[in-house]
Ligand binder design. Structure first.
Ligand SMILES: *Cc1c(COP(=O)(O)O)cnc(C)c1O
Length: 357
């Protein structure tokens, strides 16, 4: 096992009160860093004080965008333990993103060990209130100082930690989503299955247009025919039709969401029919017209479950469940958040204890 050198911060910060947390603006005292060079492999694993770092203006990531990331969470339980949710599954997905972007594979054990060590060191930054968490952001960038196009030969991996407030600070509320019929996010054979910066860059314009029209996010359709449903871009999507929950199958252009996986497993465990298959936007609108569409909800690490109250496709608006939160959306949200915070028994083996406070 690689040794992880630790340089402690001179001064430790303090965790702000819950109402000041927000999302992704506050960072803990330390970060994990590891370098890659083609002749050395991944090396120099270290925990250092959180802070700015130097790269060359020619660093390849700034020009060609070879960058991947993960997003996962740690929680403080009622009995003051710090736990992480499905960390190894997240790190395996990180390696899948690395593969898609031609970034060298990481040793999951090394990164997992480093992450536990980092959280242990910054454990007083894990907030306690219901719904709050420590957001974990691992990422890799290419850093060769070179403005020619090639697969890079030098990379840096970082893990930074950010205490975040409750996503639904003002209550668990349905969102309005625009079904995107002009822009596309990702195409089969492209980067859609990777958690990479480029997919977000590709989604910003459509998001901006949708926000002007009063929608929180867009629901992407397939890039070839704009017919089949893909995902929301920060969330996967589920439809409850005739008591069955349906989510688009993984087809290479959709992210294999961890919350998506959790939802499918939990719903099946409850004896519900949970199906991954191709589903068109027309089918969803038809199900609504015939009174069979019961619920629509998104799934992702940040919100966990995000009920959808309205869809708008080519100017046609439909109200889902009269804009109210559906029963299954609510049950899934309560169950998964309780599991993550150690309030219900972890029968799936998804929760890993990091340390005690
Ligand atoms: C991260 C992400 C999701 C949600 O995945 P989770 O693992 O559940 O957080 C969905 N779509 C895209 C494009 C994402 O980057």
């Amino acid at each position: 096992m690689t040794d992880i050198a630790v340089t402690l911060a001179d001064k430790r910060g303090t965790l702000p009160t819950d109402d000041k947390l927000g999302f992704g603006k506050i960072f803990t005292d330390h970060m994990f860093v590891m370098d890659y060079a083609s002749d050395k492999g991944w090396h120099d694993a270290r925990i250092i004080p959180y802070g700015d770092f130097n790269i060359s203006p020619a660093a390849m990531v700034l020009h060609y965008g070879q960058a991947i990331f993960e997003g996962m969470k740690a929680f403080r339980t009622e009995d003051n333990r710090v736990v992480m949710y499905r960390p190894v599954d997240h790190l395996n997905r990180f390696n899948n993103s690395a593969d898609i972007l031609s970034i060298p594979q990481m040793d999951v054990d090394v990164v997992h060990t480093a992450l536990k060590k980092l959280i242990e060191l910054d454990k007083h930054w894990v907030p306690k209130a219901l719904g709050t968490s420590l957001y974990i952001r691992p990422f890799v960038i290419s850093v060769d100082p070179y403005v020619g196009v090639k697969v890079a030969s030098q990379y840096t991996l970082f893990i930074i930690l950010s205490p975040v407030g409750a996503y639904y600070a003002s209550g668990f509320k349905p969102v309005k989503i625009k079904v995107e019929d002009h822009y596309v996010r990702a195409v089969k054979g492209g980067l859609g299955e990777a958690k990479t910066a480029a997919n977000y860059a590709a989604s910003l314009k459509a998001g901006e247009v949708a926000k002007k029209d009063g929608y929180t996010q867009v629901l992407w359709l397939d890039a070839l025919e704009q017919k089949y449903i893909e995902e929301v871009g920060t969330m996967n999507i589920f439809f409850k039709i005739d008591d069955e929950i349906i989510t688009p199958e993984l087809n290479g252009s959709i992210l294999n969401g961890m919350t998506r996986r959790s939802v499918l497993a939990v719903a099946k465990d409850w004896g519900m029919k949970a199906t991954e298959r191709r589903i068109s936007i027309e089918e969803v609108y038809e199900a609504h017209a015939n009174g069979h569409l019961q619920e629509v909800f998104g799934s992702g690490t940040a919100a966990v479950i995000s009920p959808v109250g309205e869809l708008c496709w080519k100017g046609k608006k439909i109200s889902i469940n009269n804009g109210a939160i559906g029963e299954t959306s609510h049950k899934l949200f309560d169950y998964i958040t309780s599991l993550q915070q150690g309030r219900v028994a972890d029968k799936f083996g998804w929760v890993e204890e990091v340390t005690k406070l």
